[in-house]
Design a protein around this ligand. Sequence first.
Ligand SMILES: [Zn+2]
Length: 333
Amino acid sequence: MAKWAYERGLQQVGPGAYAYLQPDGSWGWSNAGLIADGDQSLLVDTLFQLSLTEQMLATMADAVPAARSIDTLVNTHADADHIFGNQLVKSAHIVASQAAAGEFLKVTPEDYGRIFENWQELGAGARYIHDCLGNEGFQFNDIVLTQPHETFVKEKRLKVGDKNVVLTAVGPAHTSGDVLVHAVEDRVVYTGDLLFSGAHPVLWEGSLEGWVAACDHILSLDIDVVVPGHGPLTDKTRVAEFRAYLLWFRDEVRKRFEAGLAIEETALEIVELPDLPEWNTPERIIGAVNFLYRKYGSPQATSNFLEIFGLFDRFLAKRAARTVKHDACNHGH
Ligand SMILES: [Zn+2]
């Protein structure tokens, strides 16, 4: 979308609403948001690293006086790249959905640290993580996982100054606990990882049908701007495209499951289909195929975090063997 720049840093997206973007949006490079009015402020998500979160908070405090002391922090879900900086937002009351709060300890900073240190012994999945994240200089030593102070089940309405903010728990979708943050007067919605703008979605838990319903919820809102969890700013057009993609993808996978194709065969066929959008990180397709096969009861499918990353690694190797172009981890070469 040419309307907005995809540049690192803070961008105003509504009268008192901001997005903090981290190109290129691949693994670990998430977006965050800020809603402010008068002397009050609400932060949407922290980042994967303390240093990145620190830099973001300083940028926000410089640009928006109300952000010098953040009143509320909403975590859209419990993935590491949206919560690992929580400890730095000392002034904030932290809110998440009840389902997300239950997932905060699923993969801890210590787990990431172990994978990064021992990746050579942990097989293909750890190698993929190391190749995609290890080269970015990420480190997890000083992170103290900081959990929500308050949770809600379906919906929570709050005020930032005079403005209305509506939090809606729409999971299970990308995860069990996904929350949409709607800045009503600013006409902006922050989707967390319910939208990967320009990239294939990470679908390995949650629910595809729930994700479609979450898209319907976004499409029902009166908004101008959609701030995705990763990738460039967009609007409802991309959400509608993504919703159609999910249904198309489900049908393509189901056909091949019923025809008896293995997970890898299905993924390798789908990635070659002419209807496939030209999004980055296509290896995520095999994770999503694995997820649907698991739902269909296939004994081939895995629910193990490192094994799923292992599928990505093998899928890239297979594709590289077939085609010359190899865009591992979506970093431009
Ligand atoms: Zn994310």
